[in-house]
Every structure is written in C-alpha cells, then in structure tokens.
Design a protein around this ligand. Structure first.
Ligand SMILES: *Cc1c(COP(=O)(O)O)cnc(C)c1O
Length: 406
C-alpha cells in the first residue's frame, strides 16, 4: 500500500509540540519556578450561563420522545442559519439567504477542507506569517510540492510586516486562491476598509478566490474595519468567509462554526462555470453529518440578546488583557503591534534577537511562555506572539516580569 508522499514528507517539528518540549525541559531543570503561559491560542473562560443552560436543556430534551432528534441537516438547522443571518450579518447591511450559510464543527475544519474544491494545479497564496492550517491542508493535497529547507516550491508567500502595514502586497497575476485572516492570527492586525477594498478589486480582476478567515471578528473595536468581507463591494463574486463560535463564545471545546458562500461565486471547470456553494454542499453531503442539536442550540443562544451581551463580556475581558500586555510592554520599551482588534499582541524581539532565542530568554529570565514568530513563517522571524487568553492577574504578573527582565 503506497501512502501519500506529500503528507509523509511534511515537516514533523510541529510548533506547539516543540514549545511544550522546551517548557517541560525547563520545568524539570527548575522545579521551583512558576511559569505563566501567554502562548496558547485557546480560550480560558467558561461558557456563559445562558449558553451553558441552552446547551444542557437541549441535551436533556434529546432524552425525551418529543425532543429526540436524529441526523441534523448537513448545513445546519434553520433556527441557527436565521440567527447568523439576522444577528451577525443584517446589522452590517449584508443580506444573505439560508442557502449561503453552512454550519460546521470548526473554522479549522472549513479553512482546511475548502481546498478540496480546487484543482491540483491551483496556485495558492498565503500571507506570511500565517495560520498553518491553510498551508498544511494544501500541502497534504500535493498542491504545494515537497518542502525543501522550509520552503514549498509551489506556494506563494506574501510578507505582512510593519513595512506593508501588515497587509499583503499583491502581484499582478499568478495567484488563483488567496487565504486572508483578519483580525490576524498571529500578528493581531486587522485589515481596514482601505486595505481590503483593493484586495477585493484585485481578486475580481484576476479571477482569484479569497478565503477570508474572520474567526476573530468579535474582537474588532475600531471603526474603519470591516467585520465581514461582504461589507466590501464586489466581495460576493470573489470570496468565501469562515467564522467560528470558538474565540468569541468560548466554543473551542464545544465545536461550532460557519462558512458563508455567496450564490454568485463561481469556479471554472474548463470553460464551464460551477457554483462554489453547490460544490461545497455536494461535498458536505458526502462527508459530513452536520453539527449536533445541543451544540447548535448553544450557538443560537450565544446570538440572542442575552447571549450577545454575555459573549461581549467574554471578549471585553480578553481585550482588557491584550491592553495590559500592549501598554505594559510599550512602557517597557518594546515595539508592539496588535492587541487592539485582536487577542494577540505581536512584538518585535529586542536587539534583533531571533524569535526562538527570545523564547528561551523569556522562559529563563521571566518564566513566561509565548510563541516565536518564526513558527508562523519566515516573515515572523524577529517577532513574538503573546496571547490574552489567561487571567487578568496572570497577564499583569507576566507583563511585570517581562518589563523587569528586559
Ligand atoms: C482559532 C482559530 C480558528 C477557529 O477554529 P475552530 O476550528 O472554529 O475552533 C480559525 N482560524 C484561526 C486563524 C484561528 O486562530
């Protein structure tokens, strides 16, 4: 039996496993030291009471003859599709129909699976630094060639640095699919209307598709930033948008997300135009069994009036941590980005230190764990990510330790 060589020859050193190993080694050598983790991209606060109650009540209902439900609809129950359309999009002036919204168990699942719709020779572009899922899913499918010295020969990487305003500089042609994440993991930067509008125009002019990951849209606090790519004119003919309940409502362990695919969005099969939404629906009907009823009830509860208020409280808590990090490090002389429309703060390592070297120094001098920028791509070298996913107390203590140590 021959295996998938593209998968077998992928880089094995997985970023977070590597980090865990270094932290373990440090703990073994220094058992008396207390470590604070600002490295994880996972939420830390519990589900809100209203959401937890909807989750539990619907689970109990499944244990009654009247309340029992079998396989859910592949693309989500109407009550959740309607809640997403009315609560997440209508207030932005974005009109969607039920057939344009696809509920799933994760934005990772969707951003990782969408590439199944692309031909093997599709030219893929990602921003650098990048959320690794977009790259890995295309690599496994053989679309990027074999990695050599950390570089995929058929992947186009677009550096996003302070010099580019953390937006990609787009070549005139040569790209079929562009993955974008805004607000961005890991840089914490959010694309403004002024930055996103020309990208949408570029995609339409080039016949390219934008896969827009808006998992952190709830963290947007500034006015000139779109909460959806569909707020930008022309996006309905060039973009799909992936959203999630993970980072706003704390659903990383519950699992619920959704992808929006406009009916106008087409791809080419030779000369024939094919609906991307129809293809995604067809794929899902063969590969998915939808999302469980209690999970969808919990997600809908997060979108009703009480749920929205509670969820906004969760996000505000994380944003307040991000502010503690951002302002504390700024005061200590660091150059920092992000943390305003995002739970991530992206800092420049002091004295042009390599990002893995800074990781080790931060661990040994301040006992704080973060994520080296180089782990997200070559353009992340010289940068470092800290996350707001911890308690305010620990966040404050971590910042004090960093300020003292550097
Ligand atoms: C956390 C995260 C997601 C959310 O993924 P889920 O599978 O819905 O939990 C999506 N995109 C990015 C960039 C993320 O950091």
């Amino acid at each position: 039996m021959k295996i998938n060589s593209y998968m077998a020859r992928m880089n094995k050193a997985y970023l977070f496993a590597d980090i865990a190993q270094r932290v373990e080694a440090y703990k073994t050598a220094h058992p008396d030291k207390e470590i604070i983790r600002l490295g994880i991209g996972d939420v830390t606060r519990p589900l809100t009471p209203h959401v937890a109650k909807a989750f539990a009540d619907s689970a109990l209902a499944m244990g009654t003859p009247e309340g029992f439900r079998g396989y859910p609809p592949y693309e989500g129950y109407d009550f959740l599709l309607d809640a997403i359309i009315e609560k997440e999009y209508a207030p932005l002036g974005v009109k969607l129909s039920r057939r344009e919204v696809f509920v799933s168990d994760g934005a990772k699942t969707d951003t990782g699976s969408i590439q199944e719709l692309f031909s093997p020779d599709t030219r893929i572009a990602v921003t650098d630094p990048v959320y690794p899922v977009y790259v890995d899913s295309n690599a496994m499918a053989g679309r990027l060639g074999f990695q050599e010295n950390g570089i995929y020969p058929r992947l186009i990487t677009l550096p996003c640095t302070p010099e580019t305003g953390f937006a990609p500089v787009l070549p005139a042609g040569g790209i079929d699919v562009l993955y974008l994440c805004s607000p961005n993991n890991p840089t914490g930067a959010a694309l403004t209307f002024d930055q996103l509008t020309p990208i949408v125009r570029w995609a339409n002019e080039n016949g390219a598709l934008i896969v827009y990951d808006a998992a952190y849209k709830a963290y947007i606090t500034e006015k000139n930033i779109p909460h959806s790519i569909f707020e930008v004119e022309g996006a309905r003919t060039c973009a799909v948008e992936c959203c999630s309940f993970s980072k706003n409502a704390g659903f990383t362990g519950v699992r619920c997300a959704y992808t929006v695919i406009p009916e106008e969005l087409m791809g080419l099969d030779g000369d024939r135009k094919v609906s991307i939404g129809a293809l995604w629906r067809r794929r899902g009907e063969s590969k998915n069994n939808g999302v469980s009823y209690p999970v969808q009830c919990a997600a809908a509860a997060a979108l009703d009036d009480i749920g929205q208020k509670e969820t906004a409280g969760l996000v505000a808590g994380y944003l307040s941590n991000a502010k503690i990090i951002r302002e504390g490090l700024q005061k200590a002389g660091f150059t920092v980005y992000g943390g305003v429309n995002s739970p991530y703060v992206w800092l420049q390592t002091p004295d042009h230190m390599g990002s893995w070297q800074f990781f080790d120094e931060l661990l040994s001098r301040a006992q704080v764990v973060g994520t080296p920028g180089a782990g997200f791509g070559a353009a992340g070298e010289g940068y470092f990510r800290l996350t707001a996913f911890n308690t305010p107390e620990n966040t404050q203590r971590a910042v004090e330790r960093i300020a003292k140590a550097f």
